[in-house]
Design a protein around this ligand. Structure first.
Ligand code: MN
Length: 129
């Protein structure tokens, strides 16, 4: 089933991007990538992925702005967005959720926990459909 699930990973750090892409592909996900917020928003609009993994600290358009754009657009607002940030600062989770992210996790990624969050968001969306 997960073979058909399409994820978009928006991450400017090449090492993080490549590592996470490979690990997600090994779990059977189809992964496309964007390297900044501008490309991320464009790819979501073009590809309509099943879920977006969104680094918040991004060039061109930051993650907070990108998620607001996606959630303001009727074509993309239903796509779950899981925010990722290295800045595990007090209030970051609340800021991410207030900006429209559906969930939040911290980097460095703990992969098993991230997978469970991805699965939870995908099943929530399936339940609503
Ligand atoms: Mn970043």
């Amino acid at each position: 089933m997960s073979e058909s699930v399409r994820l978009l990973l928006v991450e400017d750090n090449e090492l993080n991007r490549d590592l996470l892409t490979r690990r997600l592909q090994r779990k059977g996900y189809r992964v496309s990538v964007a390297v900044d917020g501008e490309e991320g928003v464009q790819r979501v609009r073009d590809e309509l992925p099943d879920l977006v993994l969104l680094d918040l600290d991004l060039p061109k358009i930051d993650g907070w702005t990108a998620v607001r754009m996606l959630k303001a657009d009727p074509d993309t607002r239903e796509i779950p967005v899981l925010a990722l940030t290295a800045h595990a600062m007090v209030g970051d989770r609340e800021r991410a959720l207030a900006a429209g992210c559906d969930d939040y996790d911290v980097k460095p990624v703990e992969f098993t926990r991230l997978l469970s969050k991805i699965r939870a968001l995908l099943s929530e969306r399936a339940d609503r459909a």
